[in-house]
Write a protein that binds this ligand. Structure first.
Ligand SMILES: [Zn+2]
Length: 469
């Protein structure tokens, strides 16, 4: 009675012992089971039905009921590879995984792959056990790029039969068929990850076992969104690829299960990582803004400096302009001075003629109106003076107005050939302009006041000077 009571208790102790004996593999933050799942009970203790025959396996799939089996229904295979479960066992609400464990999702598998990829190019090699995988052959005929003989068409024109025939080089495939030396390679891995992936193969929904035991390992991928679909995801590694690949098959498919440990702290770690990432991003944004501000500040300084330079340049131009203007004024005044001197000199050297008790200069002195006063002040000889209007009228009489040609006492009489403004004194001792108009050979003069306005004029007037006898 006492012993009977103790029996189930001992059994329970044994179970705990088993679960504590699970080999764990830590890869990054993940903790994986070091072997494929081999349980025949759900987490709540309910047994998972074993499919012992082909028909039992097929029926379970069709009835959408959970089932497990050993590869080739051989218990020995269970020791090496664990059990093969159908999708319904994996997704049974009673829980296939023992407490604290779960069936990994595709993102958990990807995390595993990318973690190993950091250190090893061949992820599969790092996952695989050092023994147990079969050798495989590579090489033989391979179809590569487009066939050069038929341009990839597979057909070539024959001038003998005058028709298109199958290309003899690529045999009509259009591909560049080449032979690569056959080699036998080991399928074993290095197990550097400690994952201990064994080639447990799989079972199809029609009950057939995949013959590729020793060549391929498959595991279920847990997905919550595929429950209504006919096909479900599983992941596999085989002999001639570098990373685990995800594929789909019917839910009646039988595959190994590899568990990953629940990680209640994972969310907290992810939250902290996310927070740190956000902080870093914020810091980067702040730095970027700071840099932008500095750049803007520098740009402002550049603009100000450019403006200052521009102003300095303008000022320089202004100064230069005023210097030039002053220089021109000086040179202009020098020019006027010289011209006046020249004119003054001509007073003494030029020929004259005599009429009505006065001598008259015979050359016109052309003078800009505004220079008249300077000329009068500085250069008008006492003996030479500007004639009165009356005198001027006499002088410009065409019969008296003569030009002297070299010979003494020889005069040539000729008419005025143009209108001209002569400067004269009027009766009130005011300067006036006598406009001599040519009209049929006789001048008919009109006088104007030599007023203030005219004093700044650039117009030219003529001086014909006289000298008392
Ligand atoms: Zn060809």
């Amino acid at each position: 009675m006492r012993i009977l009571f103790l029996l189930p208790f001992l059994f329970l102790l044994n179970l705990i012992g088993l679960s504590q004996g699970i080999k764990e593999v830590k890869i990054g933050d993940q903790v994986w089971m070091g072997a494929n799942l081999n349980v025949d009970k759900f987490q709540n203790g309910d047994p998972i039905p074993q499919a012992k025959t082909n028909s039992e396996w097929i029926k379970a799939g069709k009835d959408k009921r959970p089932a497990w089996c050993y590869y080739q229904n051989n218990t020995q295979n269970g020791l090496t590879y664990g059990k093969l479960y159908n999708w319904y066992a994996v997704h049974d609400p009673r829980g296939l995984a023992p407490k604290g464990w779960h069936i990994p999702t595709s993102s958990e598998w990807e995390e595993l792959s990318s973690l190993i990829k950091k250190d090893f190019k061949d992820v599969n090699e790092a996952l695989k056990t050092k023994t147990g995988w079969k050798n495989y052959e590579t090489g033989g005929y391979e179809t590569g790029e487009s066939c050069g003989y038929c341009n990839g068409t597979g057909q070539r024109f024959s001038s003998l039969s005058y028709s298109y025939i199958t290309c003899v080089i690529c045999g009509g495939t259009g591909g560049d068929r080449r032979y690569v030396q056959k080699r036998t390679l080991s399928g074993n891995g290095t197990n550097t990850s400690g994952f201990l992936a064994k080639p447990g193969s799989n079972r199809f929904d029609d009950g057939d076992f995949n013959k590729n035991i020793g060549i391929v390992a498959t595991w279920w991928v847990f997905s919550e969104i595929e429950s209504e679909e006919t096909d479900a995801e599983y992941i596999y590694i085989d002999n001639d690829s570098y990373v685990p690949k995800i594929d789909k098959y019917s839910k009646g498919f039988g595959s190994s299960v590899r568990l990953v440990k629940d990680d209640p702290e994972k969310k907290e770690r992810e939250r902290i990582a996310l927070e740190e990432k956000k902080k870093k991003e914020l810091l980067e944004i702040q730095l970027k803004e700071e840099r932008k501000k500095q750049e803007e500040e520098q740009e402002k300084i550049r603009v100000l400096e450019a403006e200052k330079k521009e102003q300095e340049k303008k000022l320089q131009v202004k100064i230069q302009d005023s210097i030039k203007k002053r220089q021109k004024e000086i040179s202009d005044s020098i020019e006027v001075e010289n011209k006046n001197k020249q004119l003054a000199n001509s007073l003494t050297s030029e020929p004259i003629y005599y009429t009505k008790n006065i001598f008259v200069s015979t050359n016109d002195i052309q003078l800009v109106v505004k220079d008249v006063s300077t000329f009068m002040d500085k250069y008008l000889d006492k003996n030479w003076r500007i004639p009165s209007v009356k005198e001027m009228k006499d002088i410009i009489d065409p019969r008296l107005f003569v030009k002297h040609y070299n010979y003494v006492n020889t005069y040539v009489v000729y008419c005025l050939t143009r209108d001209a403004d002569y400067l004269c004194w009027d009766d009130n001792n005011k300067l006036v302009i006598l406009n001599a108009k040519r009209r049929g050979g006789a001048a008919s003069p009109i006088t104007y006041d030599f007023n203030e306005r005219m004093c700044n004029s650039d117009e030219t007037i003529i001086l014909r000077l006289v000298k008392d006898k």
